[in-house]
Design a protein around this ligand. Structure first.
Ligand SMILES: [Zn+2]
Length: 353
């Protein structure tokens, strides 16, 4: 019997593929009853897919099959966790360069990725990208018996970074600094698409002007369209399969920095990544973020970053405050756990609801 709340982990399938029995047993023992199993990462599918690029280590054998089998045998719900638009895969870069986002400076992320080398993103306005993602998800559902489809990296690159991350990239900490090299996407599809609706080229729009906000909203709208299309694909295949997404911590941050207007997305649940230290906040902020999410009327399951919880008290506080503010459970990032010595504390926290 489950309590009705989600008690879940995001699970790195590559780390448990050698011995799924042992790891799934441990997850069950800790008290979780659902897993978000990494099934398609930024390199590609973690199984020999036909419609999607495949990660190198998964060309010969599936890295998720064993985990799914063991999870099912132990009564866990399995959501396929899918890295949607961040795709630094060499084959795609070579064959489909035009699918990748272009900055306001006119440079493809393939040549000049923002922030880190793996920040190579597919453009959400491109219909081919959309069909590619939908085909990939369809194939996954036909291949594996999953209970949910979970979208991650379903956004554009960060227009700004949250406060706690700025110093790492030599950015000024105390304010948002706009830079054209971090502003995406100005590919042909985006420029023509916007021009068709608004009558002018978005490349001419200055940051912060009124037109800017229309352009910002237009881009968010393209991501929403993809999410809606995924939801239709999943539900028409099997209406009992749950849809969800790992979104930025609050609707406000998500919209402003990564163009996710997630409060309008038609998914069954949302696992906002309330990774407090990235936002330079303390554990109490997890509760505030949960409240903001819930005010959108959505079903919120707080995503909690275990690496930022350093003792038993931190874990009990983080989970306690999320639940107290109305979260429909918790999802921990990540399994295998960064502080395995805190396993008992996690178990204790999950046993309280
Ligand atoms: Zn584009």
């Amino acid at each position: 019997m489950t309590s009705g709340y989600k008690k879940a982990f995001w699970v790195n399938s590559k780390a448990i593929a050698q011995n799924p029995e042992k790891h799934i047993k441990e997850i069950v023992e800790i008290g979780a009853d659902e897993i978000f199993l990494l099934s398609i990462d930024n390199e590609g599918a973690l199984y020999p897919a036909k419609l999607s690029v495949v990660a190198k280590e998964a060309r010969q054998r599936s890295l998720i099959e064993g985990a799914i089998r063991e999870a099912k045998r132990n009564g866990l719900k399995v959501h396929a966790w899918i890295v949607a638009l961040n795709k630094p895969n060499e084959e795609l870069i070579t064959k489909k360069r035009e699918w990748f986002v272009v900055s306001k400076e006119g440079k493809s992320c393939v040549d000049e990725p923002p922030y880190i080398n793996s920040y190579k993103w597919l453009c959400p306005s491109n219909e081919e990208v959309r069909s590619y993602l939908l085909g990939t998800i369809q194939e996954l559902m036909e291949t594996y018996d999953v209970d949910g489809i979970h979208l991650d990296y379903i956004r554009l690159p960060d227009l700004f970074l949250p406060e706690g991350l700025r110093e790492r990239y030599s950015l000024e900490k105390s304010k948002d600094v706009y830079m054209e090299k971090y502003d995406f996407c100005y590919c042909k599809k985006c420029r023509e698409g916007f021009m068709k609706e608004f009558g002018f080229d978005p490349i001419e729009i200055k940051f912060g002007t009124r037109k800017w906000y229309e352009w910002h909203a237009w881009r968010a709208g393209k991501i929403t369209e993809i999410v809606k299309a995924v939801n239709v694909t999943v539900k028409s295949y099997d209406s009992s399969i749950e849809t969800s997404a790992a979104v930025f911590a609050t609707p406000g941050y998500a919209y402003r920095i990564v163009f996710q207007q997630w409060a309008t997305w038609p998914l069954d649940s949302f696992e906002p990544m309330i990774y407090h230290e990235y936002y330079d906040k303390n554990i109490n902020w997890i509760g505030e973020a949960v409240m903001e999410g819930i005010s959108s009327g959505k079903n919120i399951v707080a995503g909690i970053f275990l690496g930022f919880l350093r003792n038993r008290e931190d874990i009990l506080n983080a989970v306690g405050i999320a639940l107290e503010k109305g979260s429909n459970g918790v999802c921990f990032f990540v399994y295998p756990m960064p502080h395995p010595e805190l396993k008992e504390a996690i178990k204790e926290a999950l046993s309280k609801f």
